[in-house]
Design a protein around this ligand. Structure first.
Ligand code: FES
Ligand SMILES: [Fe+2]
Length: 376
């Protein structure tokens, strides 16, 4: 059997490779940084780390979500230190109290008589490109970023086959019913790889493979445009024990219900579409061997307000997440071993991983390689 090589162990442990990925994939691509509903009102903000940079994401007076570096233009202080909050009257630096409007412009600099003079207009917060799409906030640190459609929308099209299909879930209308954060002792790429194959499903996911029996064969569906894996006979819904779930989302066609569509959108966003809710994952790489994963379960607002019990639905992917992240952590342990210094192999149903590896290799080469890594 002719098997393709996987990435070698150091790709998952090396500081220089991690830094190169952050400089490229996470600094020039569209990175999912949260849900738009986290910024419900003007002045609502969250702070997020992207590619090692602290960013402020805030909704301005006109209702537009904006992103800025969380760095004061005076002498560089970190400005907002909370994870989330509201700054209805502007963004004030805690050092010398410079005040910025919600659109980033410098509005006041105390005790300087003519601060509005020449140059003040250039002292607004440094902006970061932001797109609010599919109900999510995406940022791009590049000075002249590629279009969102050329990046995320293209990947969505490749997976879903048509531009219309994803619209049937009305992602921008759905609301978070449950959010969980997982601190995973694994490199972010192991988590992307894990979500990109179902070869592990029969061994790792007893509940998921009961609901979706075709996953017992170990073949994923990511490479088949527009294909959703079907629920098993006698399965009532996408719940931990197959009991019936929630009312179906209203815009779905009959043949789109009772199906599961999994999407992996690099560099850091996963989407899982089922008939009555959507599960969204975003990855925050923290170190070569550490990744924070935020998972949001989003539902139709009318389902949430009607008081339906969402727990059986949440529990299925919460268990799946726990199983995935435990096995990714076990896999990370092997990455430091001499026995994996030259890597392993990919079996035929893991071809998607090879494409992801090529994407990462190309990005790291763009960064001039990872000096000192020696395993490229
Ligand atoms: S560093 Fe922010 S006001 Fe001085
Ligand atoms: Fe899995």
């Amino acid at each position: 059997m002719d098997l393709a090589p996987s990435l070698a162990g150091p790709w998952y442990t090396d500081d220089a490779i991690f830094a190169a990925e952050q400089q490229t994939l996470f600094s020039t691509r569209w990175v999912c940084a949260g849900r738009g509903e986290e910024l419900a009102e003007p002045g609502d903000f969250v702070t997020r780390i992207v590619a090692g940079e602290s960013l402020i994401l805030v909704r301005d007076e006109q209702g537009t979500a904006r992103a800025f570096y969380n760095v004061c233009r005076h002498r560089g202080s970190r400005i907002l230190t909370d994870d989330a909050g509201r700054c209805a009257h502007g963004i004030r630096c805690p050092y010398h109290a410079w005040l910025y409007a919600l659109d980033g412009e410098l509005r006041a600099a105390p005790n300087i008589r003519d601060w509005r003079g020449e140059g003040a207009q250039d002292l607004g917060l440094t902006p970061v490109a932001l797109e609010e799409r599919y109900g999510c906030l995406f940022v791009n640190l590049a000075g002249d970023p590629a279009s969102f459609d050329a990046d995320i929308t293209r990947q969505l099209l490749d997976r879903m086959g048509t531009a219309e299909l994803i619209g049937h879930w009305e992602l921008d209308r759905l609301r978070v019913g449950c959010s969980r954060t997982y601190d995973v002792a694994a490199n972010w790429k192991l988590i992307v790889e894990n979500f990109s194959e179902c070869y592990h499903c029969p061994t790792v996911h007893p509940e998921l493979t009961t609901v979706i029996p075709e996953f017992k064969r170990g073949a994923g569906t990511l490479t088949v445009p527009g294909y959703g894996a079907t629920y098993g006979d006698g399965i009532g819904g996408f719940t931990f024990d197959g009991r019936p779930g929630l009312p179906a989302l209203p815009a779905l066609a009959d043949d789109e219900a009772r199906r599961y569509y999994g999407l992996v959108l690099t560099p850091n966003w996963f989407v899982n579409l089922v008939e009555d809710h959507v599960i969204l994952h975003r990855l925050e790489p923290l170190a070569p061997d550490r990744t924070r994963v935020v998972c949001d379960w989003v539902f139709a607002p009318e389902t949430l307000s009607a008081g339906h019990d969402i727990e059986p639905s949440v529990e299925l992917f919460h268990r799946t997440n726990g199983q995935d992240f435990a096995i990714c952590s076990q896999c990370q342990l092997g990455m430091t071993s001499r026995a994996f210094a030259d890597g392993g192999v990919l079996v035929p149903v893991e071809t998607q991983l090879g494409a992801f590896h090529d994407e990462v290799r190309a990005a790291v080469e763009t960064a001039g390689g990872a000096k000192g890594a020696g395993h490229l």
